[in-house]
Design a protein around this ligand. Structure first.
Ligand SMILES: [Fe+2]
Ligand SMILES: [Fe+2]
Length: 444
């Protein structure tokens, strides 16, 4: 039986979020006492969580100390203070990951869930998740593929080394809504060579596989935003933001210029995932770029860029608001929440991030509604730019097609039908003409 054990340093039971406690089967609380800390615990925990330490020890010393006692264990640092949070330094000094709560709570829970799966299925650590969309039927694969079944917690063979995936099996895979398969880490090089080969046949020099693209986009957003959390290093952030933005632009360029590929297939790759802040941004960016392209707009890259940054203003919301889902906010909290599009623009200006005007406008207007009921300005009709309309659709689309707190997501088809239906009968918030055109992507 699974006995997933967590050791928590520097917090009392009452300070630990119930959702965090729910992942663990047993929790052991330890004080920050150096003498005690350097003695290994009788049973090595599956995960160690560290809350901010007291004056006697700094976070960096803490990282180094615990890492030396537990070289193999995942040690997560949890911070509740945005101004002193320096993710890169914390990780450099020994923490496996560092999370700023409440913004990164979903990431922390995801990381802990993975650890709990590893505790019963240790071999999964040796595998890398790859995107089904990178595979082509009929080509011999010189690496084996496995499929992970969450209900029974099993990793089963999907195809063997030297086998091609038959057309038949490939069709079934597409129908099953399964986006991910697993390759053993020592086979990843072969997988990369295979995707490079497939892409070469499609005449796309320099193209990235879907697996690498998503990893890269999500990591870029993560780096970009974790730099913004550090309040007192504006100079650094400016240079870093420019580098990251250039990198992000490149990815987006590849993504939207590559119009030969089936857009609906690309979208179906991204749905059905547990949403977190970073994934939401990278998904909305992708959807907004693709939708703008399908709608024949001249600047899909600029719309995608807006998607990437549209919600960064949320990091300036008070923590108690950032933690609650939007539809559960009290009236006062909702008023504060409505400022986040403006905060996004403030951060972009403060960090001197250079964006095209259309991207800035789209960010500022992404919650405006055509019938005038939106925020922050309550603009209506023609006052809302096209880019913002696409962004609003991409935002709603991602919310419907992502998993929230275990709740099942809609398929792209269901999501578009719902958006169309809501906007025809209940409200007129989104652009109906755009929705009708986008519908044809998923419903022939
Ligand atoms: Fe937003
Ligand atoms: Fe959003």
């Amino acid at each position: 039986m699974n006995n997933f054990q967590i050791t928590i340093y520097g917090a009392k039971d009452s300070q630990v979020h119930p959702e965090i406690k729910r992942v663990a089967e047993s929790i052991d609380y330890q004080p920050y006492d150096i003498e005690q800390m350097i003695e290994p615990l009788p049973k090595t925990p599956n995960v160690i969580l560290c809350y901010p330490p007291t004056e006697e020890i700094s976070s960096l010393e803490l990282a180094q100390t615990l890492r030396s006692v537990y070289p193999e264990t995942s040690i997560f640092f949890i911070s509740l203070n945005k101004s002193t949070f320096d993710k890169k330094r914390l990780i450099k000094n020994g923490f496996t990951q560092a999370f700023l709560l409440p913004w990164e709570k979903a990431d922390l829970l995801r990381a802990m869930n993975y650890e709990s799966i590893y505790s019963v299925l240790p071999e999964l650590r040796d595998y890398k998740a790859i995107k089904v969309a990178d595979l082509k039927p009929g080509i011999v694969l010189d690496f084996a593929l496995k499929v992970y079944l969450p209900r029974s917690n099993k990793l089963l063979p999907f195809s063997h080394e030297g086998d091609p995936i038959s057309e038949d099996k490939f069709e079934k895979l597409k129908e099953s809504n399964l986006n991910t398969l697993f390759v053993k880490k020592d086979g990843v090089e072969k997988f990369r060579a295979y995707t490079a080969n497939v892409l070469k046949d499609l005449m796309k020099p320099g193209a990235l596989s879907e697996t690498d693209k998503q990893d890269k986009l999500e990591n870029c957003v993560r780096d970009l935003i974790s730099d913004m959390f550090i309040e007192d290093s504006k100079e650094n952030t400016f240079a870093a933001s420019q580098v990251l933005l250039t990198e992000v632009k490149e990815i987006i360029d590849i993504l939207v210029e590559d119009a030969n590929k089936d857009v609906s297939q690309k979208v179906s790759l991204l749905i059905n995932q547990e949403q977190n802040f970073y994934l939401h941004l990278s998904n909305v960016s992708t959807y907004a770029g693709l939708f703008a392209m399908v709608l024949g707009m001249p600047n899909p890259q600029e719309v995608a860029l807006a998607g990437l940054l549209h919600d960064i203003g949320k990091i300036n919301l008070p923590p108690e608001i950032a933690e609650i889902p939007e539809d559960q906010l009290t009236a006062t909290a909702k008023e504060a929440y409505k400022k986040h599009p403006d905060f996004s623009i403030d951060i972009i200006k403060l960090r001197r991030i250079v964006l095209p005007d259309s991207s800035l406008k789209a960010i500022a207007q992404h919650h405006e509604a055509l019938n005038g009921t939106g925020y922050p300005k309550g603009l209506s009709g023609p006052k809302i730019c096209k880019e913002a309309r696409v962004l609003a659709i991409a935002n709603a689309f991602d919310n419907l097609t992502s998993i929230h707190q275990g709740k099942l997501a809609l398929t792209p088809r269901e999501a578009l039908l719902k958006l169309l239906d809501d906007n025809m009968t209940k409200s007129m918030e989104l652009d109906l003409e755009m929705l009708k055109k986008l519908k044809t992507l998923f419903i022939k």
